[in-house]
Design a protein around this ligand. Structure first.
Ligand code: PLP
Length: 372
């Protein structure tokens, strides 16, 4: 496996790496549903030892992020394993706008293990630099979800840190096609592979990629002991998703840019956020290190939550559903999500998919134009 040179472009790597190369083997890594193997090789039991699809998935993701990948059953099981490396009384910095599951993990750690946590807006670069000096875990997310703020990742990552601390970037929204935090000096990145890697809303999976092989070993051990092992079918599907990720991300972020521009001009919307918009507060800094701006667009509708709900319910192509990163576009009123009540009531988040842009806009415009 892996005769592809690591110097090829990410788009080529995602398609070509992690394939069987022996004569007569299938071109794609086969789905092998097995919990155990005939003893005598490196594989014995599938909670401890990789199944073929999971091994190939890790090879492809590790190559594209530039580190050693460890696949898990979900994005949250990756986050749990990373936080589990922290000791009692550890100090943590999290973004103000941070994935709610991660916030939940840290709140539980505060109660059970005496962790202390500071929340900082990702745009406040100097506060992050200052706090990085004495934190045990610096956890970054950029673009943030759902507000789409941009952290100056290269600057924050380059700041001096406490020896032995971990700097992790949740790279789910950006994907490795748009930014590679390990190359900037981050210790690890994590992905909910449920999103862009899988890309079809039909699986749950996660992956950590570590720069230091010792951290990767620690995470593999955590996976084995917690049982957060990825399912065989999920890894087969996630690997298949990686093959088209570059195409999907390219198409969906072109659609996102177009929709963001059209939403900006619509009389019933305001506060459109998309880091690709030249007028967006995050655009300048994003342009210094991001190759593309992702495919999530957030905006507010004029009027109340009821009108925002009406928009969600009257759309026909854009589906009313949570989550993001799939070929199909989805929309959600984020303040309706438990734990997200602090968000503006009329804030809608669209995960823009790969449909024809004119169809997407016709759908959205018709819903917005209807009187509330
Ligand atoms: C979805 C998501 C997660 C959690 O991943 P699961 O696969 O749902 O466990 C973590 N971070 C971000 C940014 C996400 O979007």
């Amino acid at each position: 496996m892996d005769e592809v040179e690591a110097t090829v472009s990410p788009a080529t790597w995602l398609i070509s790496a992690g394939r069987p190369s022996e004569v007569g083997q299938p071109l794609n890594t086969p789905l092998v549903p097995a919990s155990n193997y005939v003893l005598g090789s490196s594989r014995a039991y599938s909670r401890d030892d990789a199944t073929p699809a999971w091994e190939a998935f890790e090879a492809v993701v590790g190559g594209v992020e530039g580190g050693e990948a460890v696949a898990f059953a979900s994005g949250m099981s990756v986050a749990a394993a990373l936080f589990d490396t922290l000791k009692v009384g550890a100090s943590i910095v999290l973004p103000t706008d941070c994935y709610a599951g991660v916030v939940g993990l840290v709140e539980q750690g505060a109660i059970r293990r005496g962790w202390n946590c500071t929340r900082l807006p990702v745009v406040d670069t100097s506060a992050w630099i200052k706090r990085a000096e004495n934190a045990d875990m610096i956890w970054l997310e950029s673009p943030t979800n759902p507000l789409l703020d941009i952290a100056d990742l290269p600057t924050i990552i380059a700041a001096s840190r406490k020896p032995g601390s971990l700097l992790v970037v949740d790279n789910t929204l950006a994907t490795p096609l748009n930014q590679q935090p390990l190359a900037m000096g981050a210790d690890a990145v994590m992905h909910s592979a449920t999103k862009y890697m899988g890309g079809h809303s039909d699986l749950l999976a996660g992956v950590a990629v570590a720069r230091d092989p010792a951290l990767a070993s620690e995470l593999r051990k955590a996976r084995e002991l917690s049982g957060g092992t990825p399912g065989t079918l999920e890894m087969f599907l996630a690997l298949r998703g990686l093959r088209t990720m570059s195409l999907r991300v390219r198409a969906s972020q072109a659609n996102a840019m177009d929709l963001a521009l059209r939403l900006t001009d619509h009389p019933r919307t305001h506060s459109v956020r998309y880091p690709g918009l030249p007028s967006d507060t995050g655009h300048k800094v994003a342009s210094t290190f991001m190759r593309g701006f992702g495919a999530v667009v957030t905006f507010e509708v004029q009027g109340d939550a009821a009108f925002a709900d009406h928009v969600c319910h009257s759309l026909k192509i854009i589906r009313h559903a949570t989550s993001l990163g799939a070929v199909e576009s989805t929309i959600e009123r984020r303040a309706a999500v438990p734990g997200q009540e602090h968000l503006p009531p009329g804030l809608l988040r669209i995960s823009v998919g790969c449909e024809d842009i004119e169809d997407l806009w016709r759908d959205l415009k018709r819903s917005l134009d209807q009187a509330s």
